[in-house]
Design a protein around this ligand. Sequence first.
Ligand SMILES: NC(=O)c1ccc[n+]([C@@H]2O[C@H](COP(=O)([O-])OP(=O)(O)OC[C@H]3O[C@@H](n4cnc5c(N)ncnc54)[C@H](O)[C@@H]3O)[C@@H](O)[C@H]2O)c1
Length: 331
Amino acid sequence: MKKQILVVGGAGYVGSHTVIKLLEKGYEPIILDNLSTGHKESITGGLFYECDLANIAHVRDIFKKHNIEAVMHFGANCYVGESVVNPHKYFKNNVSNTINLLEVMLEAGIKKFVFSSSAATYGNPVKIPIDEAHPQVPCNPYGLSKLFIEQIVSTYERAYGIKHIYLRYFNAAGADPEGRIGEDHYPETHIIPLLILTALGIKKQFTVFGNDYETSDGTCIRDYVHVMDIADAHVKALEFMDTEKRSEEFNLGSSMGYSVNEIISKVEQVSGKKIPVEYTERREGDPAILIAGCKKAREILGWRPHYSIEKTIMTAWEWHKKYPKGFKDVK
Ligand SMILES: NC(=O)c1ccc[n+]([C@@H]2O[C@H](COP(=O)([O-])OP(=O)(O)OC[C@H]3O[C@@H](n4cnc5c(N)ncnc54)[C@H](O)[C@@H]3O)[C@@H](O)[C@H]2O)c1
């Protein structure tokens, strides 16, 4: 009998790529998604339920129908800027709805939880690379919502024994190397898809927020990690909870930093197109450099990223070239 894994937010970008990995590894994904930002077309297998975590009765019903072994939780709103102007949406969906999920897990006696946390829980870095012991002082409501969930789940571990793995991703990027699915957010705010959409002529120009940072070329430096490498870490997290029977938290990044200008020229190389760029003021709250320290994931989880930045951009380029309007183009 295949192990059934509940994948909340499994129709979203990272969740749908993790579903591919779960299927490859012989698990049966049970996907729960309200399709608020996800896409039905991104589901490549497993069982799908269109369900909102806010509807606890429906969530309970899904748990009753299946023999769920562990829960992976990708479901969230993820726009930093929106979270600043509308924090209530973030606390309600990311925090309150996660409490619904935990409630049903407790009722069903399910004690394994893999959570999509974020580098945003660290806030402004006090040292680079950022390791898991770095202080967690989020500087926006999105990051705060992720930290609240970590703290709630850790409290539930002490009270109810829920084991958890927090995976704190840096910048997820790239697409399924076989071209079945890719990244399609609306509005898109991530640099690599935005650059590709500009290279394809769908967007007129790419805006760089600030070129007066204290970095080699003045633009911000970030750490990009391929979405299939993140997916792989999720499966390793499941195996880890089975064998080690304890909770942990891990950063997921490449441990390499690339400036915005470097990413622009790499997308130009891969696409063979010149990208029109405008430079404007810095955005509030953007740290100059964010690079992950991933020694812990390497040593304890046995995880390391396999995709270079060039390969990451290449997989994204292939998908967007095939589906310039994203999943709307997928028949
Ligand atoms: N993409 C990144 O670079 C990145 C970085 C750090 C952390 N994360 C975290 O990883 C997770 C996945 O990110 P993503 O980029 O795939 O986002 P996404 O928006 O593509 O996926 C989120 C999914 O959750 C679903 N969802 C949201 N609220 C729900 C609810 N109440 N009930 C049911 N389903 C709901 C959405 O429909 C969507 O399919 C998020 O939790 C995000 O905070 C992402």
